[in-house]
Ligand binder design. Sequence first.
Ligand SMILES: Cc1cc2nc3c(=O)[nH]c(=O)nc-3n(C[C@H](O)[C@H](O)[C@H](O)COP(=O)(O)O)c2cc1C
Length: 174
Amino acid sequence: MKTLVIVAHPNLEQSKVNRSWMNRLQQEENVTVHNLYAHYPTFEINVEKEQQLLLEHDRIVLQFPFYWYSSPALLKQWQDLVLTYGWAYGSKGTKLRGKEFVLAISTGGPEAAYQAGGYNHFSMSELTKPFQATANLTGMRFLPTFTKQGVRLLTNEQVHESAEELVHHLKNNY
Ligand SMILES: Cc1cc2nc3c(=O)[nH]c(=O)nc-3n(C[C@H](O)[C@H](O)[C@H](O)COP(=O)(O)O)c2cc1C
């Protein structure tokens, strides 16, 4: 099982959580960590290279901080350009079929805010529906999402723990 972790954070120098997750995942065998903003600071994505990376892995992880109830912009650009018709979807677009798909998301808002009646009204499962639909369309199996919420209040120790939890989550057989 080879895992590809695509990290999309526009400002990793100032990141607490995603940087810690990325550094920890880099120590794992059979895990490729791909820092999207480092490769494409001008948003000019090498589509062939990205598709090749996807082909070489079985479990695809998108790791990002929640921005406006979704992903940072470069990850959307990546989806728009890389998941092409005839490659990722359409009758001949079968390249991602059978792969596994996981989201790893940090949010500023606490868990309690993400529910009906809460500050943000909707659950993470509801807000990540476009990713679930993408997995469905491309024939990937959507696995449970890893979320760490209320991250502004986390101590360094808790951030470190969350990195271990993420490693554990990504090693699970679902
Ligand atoms: C442009 C922007 C949009 C954000 N939108 C949300 C949001 O919709 N919901 C939320 O809970 N937090 C939101 N946040 C907070 C980030 O999710 C939070 O700062 C991030 O997960 C922290 O991770 P890091 O330590 O890796 O930077 C936003 C932050 C920024 C800068």
